[in-house]
Design a protein around this ligand. Sequence first.
Ligand code: ZN
Length: 350
Amino acid sequence: MDNLLKSLLMSDGISGYEENAGKIMTEALSKVCIDVKTDSFGNVIAKGGKIGAKKKIQIAAHLDEIGMVVKHITRKGFIYFIKIGGISDTILPGKTVNIINRKGKHIVGIIGTKPPHLMSAEEAQKPIKYENMFIDIGLSSKEEVLKKVEIGDQIIFEPSAGVLNGDFYYGKAADNRISCYAMVKVMEEIAKKNIEAEIFACATAQEEVGLKGGKTSSFKIDPDFALVIDTTIAGDIPAIEEKVSGLKLGQGVAITIIEASGRGTIVPQKIRNLILSVARENKIPHQVDIIEGGMTDAAVIYTNRQGILTGILSIPTRYIHAPASVFNIKDVEAAVALSAKTIEKVVKEL
Ligand SMILES: [Zn+2]
């Protein structure tokens, strides 16, 4: 597994706490871009292409991951938490987490619940709510816990990243660090070419809690075209019917056309046609994504200012918003190829 990809997946950065993941992006982008800065909102923005050119293009991949935050510490040293971003309570019991304190130290904990032996028949039927779960870090008093953990510290799922089998990889925070990785690779492609536009690579903050960094960054950059790279739901697992999601791992990058049944982005027809034609002309493996739930930064970018032309490329991913997701590295490569070619075409034709 590529070192940059691995370090992005293993890094921490729930919404609003993106600093560590941001440092990795800053270092990686600095090798192929200039003027890499973290803005006041926490977005990491770098410049490539032809600096000072009239046309401006923004690439956006969100940097944040879903997670939790420490809310309360009991007298006996157990930790209650709130959720940040869309997490199903059903996946939480028994999971290993890392609480990251203000000094950056990782404290390992286990999410505890009542054992099934002691549940009434009625209790055993009902899913446990996160409010009734707590984290055990192996300390027995509030005083001891407070030496390591404070209210407001971020909590992430236990970091993991690796190869499952062949091109099938897994990792924490695949949504959306695999797209951050892809964005670095796109900027490497762009650096090799003579592109008559200023290209802003933007790792956006706080997407998972309301598409916030996409809004602030695109307002500032005011691009002629924006390309959002994110993950999307792969449907090739037993729990999902093909008619709900036909996207399959290893079948290529997903060209997202509609999000959240149109409440999110409806990609303008000329952008839809342009991206599809680029994929076909260059024989880049691709699938088309129409999604009824979920949206990306594109939804706020394309409605920002007077409306900004925006496209979305998505990497099909299994188990999004779970402790570890599964994706196919070939789809990531297809996303890189289609992003770079789309930008070239947009610069020439739009
Ligand atoms: Zn995402």
